[in-house]
Design a protein around this ligand. Structure first.
Ligand SMILES: O=P(O)(O)OC[C@H]1O[C@H](O)[C@H](O)[C@@H](O)[C@@H]1O
Length: 532
């Protein structure tokens, strides 16, 4: 984050040379054969420094690394002054330089100075009925975190409460959600850091219209609308009482905000005690990140291994593959977390980078992905590093845990198949003599496809908190190495500005001016065919 080009570091150059000379020889099958202790060397059990019951195992032995390569990768982190920048973040220095802000989501997990009271339960609607539905209206960081965590921690949910999340400006999203709601028993949580986001404000206004069509009296809005924001003025202008506003601060980045008041829907859905456990789990990981030597620092290890593939192997993407249905939104969440943080081509110092920065993050819950895109992961032409994530115990041990054993057998098998593959010789033996050459070749798995495995005892609020913070700090570490500002998001602005201009030109064809022929042609086609 010094803003220097990473490619100028001596360790970067050394890594490039190492890659050039060694990569053809970095074969997982051989690396495992040469060293029977490879697993114990390249795996680490995380034990929460504040709670010994929160643990998970990170196995990074199925990576195309040797100890000297890993040592050089860690030296790269040191040369980029990771430890200094990490300490600056925790100290509240303004490391978000373009916006001149501190980055202090970690302070929110130091929850002694942070309290949000439980808002539902005793909260009554305008006709005196209890609230049984919450609708969080927000987008980006004001949506994805609450969605991912409420899904992830569903087994802890209060069963008498339904939570919906509306994000898309597409009227279908709010319309379909409102069909499921009773205005007398629904609490709308308007979540927006800025309270100026077009999608959120438009959806909130439509929700308010829908509510008032039933409740009639504007005074009832106070019982059914609360706001989570940093912008008191805009909240009150919308008509939400200041007393119904849960505030937070500009040093909480949108994609790091589920720990703040933005987490209200989570706290209501799973109860405040469980929300506090989530924060504590993240706090434990913060402590680990802050205090553990880089050699054993899990987010740092994940980060530097990611840099190895991203910048030297030329991998374009990174897959997140949770073998846990509850985590089916995990990849969606970290698409924003990672890609909005590290999808930058300019360093903090304003230089164009001459290397790759943030990877494309994608993924789906196992085993669904296996029946969809794993063909390419196993036999395609691209190298796709992947994280396999699973709980040892399921919250739903139905059929004597038969489902879970089958799920986990796949969780263990896929990384094994990716790493070790299947040789031509093995295929030939299996098919016998008559098999065509083409068939033999098509059944070969080259292997040597790397992955990490993360295995934890049971999905608890505390474990999920630790896992999220693990990835947050991985993203931070990579941003420091690449010299970019991981905490602004200038790249989302241009499209917004153009959309605003186009919105004012949608009436008739003669209004459409100042565009290229493609954009003009598309708008004209829309104007010809719309029925409103
Ligand atoms: O919370 P809000 O101010 O409504 O912002 C919602 C989202 O807006 C933009 O898309 C930003 O790029 C995101 O980082 C942010 O999370």
């Amino acid at each position: 984050m010094s803003g220097r080009l990473a490619s100028e570091y001596s360790t970067w150059k050394k890594l490039q040379q190492t890659y050039d000379v060694q990569h053809a020889r970095l074969i997982l099958k051989d690396l495992f054969a040469q060293d029977p202790n490879r697993f114990s060397k390249f795996s680490e059990e995380y034990v929460d420094p504040t709670d010994k019951n929160t643990t998970f195992l990170l196995d990074y032995s199925k990576h195309l690394i040797t100890q000297p390569i890993l040592d050089t990768l860690l030296s790269l982190a040191r040369e980029a002054e990771l430890e200094t920048y990490r300490d600056k973040m925790f100290a509240g220095e303004h490391i978000n330089t373009s916006e001149d802000r501190a980055v202090l989501h970690v302070a929110l997990r130091n929850f002694d100075d942070f309290k949000i009271q439980e808002a539902c339960g005793s909260w009554k609607g305008y006709t005196g009925k209890t609230i049984n539905t919450i609708v969080n209206i927000g987008i980006g960081g004001s949506d994805l975190g609450p969605v991912m965590v409420t899904e992830g921690l569903k087994p802890y949910a209060k069963r008498d409460l339904t939570a919906h999340f509306v994000s898309n400006i597409d009227g279908t999203h709010i319309a379909e959600t409102l069909r499921l709601c009773d205005p007398e028993r629904t609490l709308f949580i308007i979540a927006s850091k800025t309270f100026t986001t077009q999608e959120t404000i438009t959806n909130a206004e439509s929700a308010r219209d829908w509510f008032l069509a039933a409740a009639k009296d504007k005074a009832h809005v106070a019982k059914h609308f609360v706001a989570l924001s940093t912008n008191t003025k805009a909240v009150t202008a919308f008509g939400i009482d200041k007393a119904n506003m849960f505030a937070f601060w500009d040093w909480v980045g949108g994609r790091y905000s589920l720990w703040s008041a933005i987490g209200l829907s989570i706290a209501i859905y799973i109860g405040y005690d469980n929300f506090e456990q989530l924060l504590k789990g993240a706090h434990g990981m913060d402590k680990h990140f802050k205090e553990t030597p880089l050699e054993k620092n899990l987010p740092v290890l994940m980060a530097v291994i990611g840099v190895w593939y991203n910048d030297f192997y030329g991998s374009q993407t990174h897959a997140l593959l949770p073998y846990d249905q509850y985590l089916h939104k995990f990849a969606d969440y970290f698409q924003q977390g990672d890609m909005e943080s590290n999808g930058k081509f300019v360093t903090k110092g304003g230089q164009r980078v001459n290397y790759q920065t943030g990877p494309i993050i994608w993924g789906a819950a196992g085993t669904n992905g296996q029946h969809s895109f794993y063909q390419l992961v196993h036999q395609g032409t691209k190298l796709i590093p992947a994280d396999f994530i699973a709980p040892a115990t399921s919250h739903n041990p139905i059929a004597n845990s038969k489902h879970h054993r089958i799920l986990l057998s796949n969780y263990f098998a896929q990384p094994e198949a990716l790493a070790f593959g299947k040789t031509e010789e093995e295929v030939r033996k299996e098919l016998g003599n008559g098999a065509s050459e083409a068939l033999v070749k098509s059944k070969v798995f080259e292997g040597n496809r790397p992955s990490s495995s993360i295995l934890f005892p049971l999905m608890t609020p505390r474990t999920l908190g630790a896992l999220i913070a693990l990835y947050e700090h991985k993203i931070f570490t990579q941003g420091v190495i690449w010299g970019i500002n991981s905490f602004d998001q200038m790249g989302v602005e241009l499209g917004k500005v153009l959309a605003k201009n186009i919105l004012s030109q949608l009436n008739q064809p003669s209004d459409v001016t100042g565009h290229d022929s493609s954009t003009t042609g598309l708008i004209h086609y829309y104007q010809k065919h719309r029925k409103e």
